[in-house]
Design a protein around this ligand. Structure first.
Ligand code: DC
Length: 227
């Protein structure tokens, strides 16, 4: 049973992963990148040549493959059946195909089960995704929802990619981000939306450090109130 669960949800490229990782460090908590889970299942399904609309086959992939996730400097390292796929899960094709896996209710239910299992084995966690405060951890101690305007998120994504394997213009990156927003928000299960009790933080004009400090102060404030 965890003493502290902090959820950070928000749209693509809103800075969730970086912020969640740094916040987890400051709180001496474990960090869970649930997007990496959806990406890993997507890649495993693509590698197996599975029809991404085939619900039964997708669930089989989740249940049969051995997925390992570990926090490494600056990113989440991922292995599928002991093969390191940390870089591959960030391929644009995987990013785009993840919506099939994210829209599959039985797969979501299984991944949520794994997320709760991860939390149950840890004292403190900071977890990030789309449905962490609404579905996976509806009773979380502190819930955040990070936003930033799409133009700013596209600039951040372009800077992250750093030109590596990236021949997309800023405009194309922004368009892809807006398409993912639509797909995330319109999903019937686990759609992207702030929990009723989430603290919404607009990060458009804030640096990563400023966001982390703000969230840290809010977590400390909430925790002192609940004592
Ligand atoms: O955060 P990300 O870009 O790594 O997420 C990858 C995909 O997984 C994206 O299509 C949204 C989806 N996702 C989800 O549906 N629910 C989560 N809790 C995390 C990610």
């Amino acid at each position: 049973m965890s003493d502290l669960i902090v959820t950070i949800d928000g749209p693509a490229a809103s800075g969730k992963s970086t912020v969640a990782r740094l916040l987890a460090d400051k709180l001496d908590a474990s960090f869970l990148d649930t997007g990496a889970m959806y990406r890993a299942v997507t890649l495993a399904a693509m590698q197996a040549g599975v029809d991404l609309n085939d619900q039964r086959k997708l669930l089989e992939i989740v249940q049969k493959c051995k997925f390992q996730f570990s926090a490494e400097a600056g990113k989440t390292a991922v292995c599928i059946d002991n093969t390191d796929v940390t870089e591959q899960i960030r391929d644009p094709e995987v990013t785009s195909n993840a919506r099939y896996i994210a829209g599959e209710p039985t797969v979501r239910a299984e991944l949520v089960r794994m997320q709760r299992q991860f939390a149950a084995a840890r004292q403190k966690i900071v977890t990030e995704g789309r449905d962490q405060g609404t579905v996976a951890f509806a009773d979380a101690d502190v819930k955040f929802f990070l936003t930033a305007d799409a133009g700013e998120r596209a600039r951040r994504r372009q800077a992250d990619l750093g030109g590596k394997d990236n021949d997309q213009s800023l405009e194309q990156i922004q368009k892809a981000i807006e398409e993912r927003d639509r797909s995330d928000e319109s999903r019937a299960v686990g759609p992207l939306k702030p929990a009723d009790d989430a603290i919404v933080v607009d990060t458009t004009d804030l640096s990563i450090d400023q966001v982390v400090e703000k969230l840290l102060a809010l977590v400390k404030e909430r925790c002192s109130q609940s004592k």
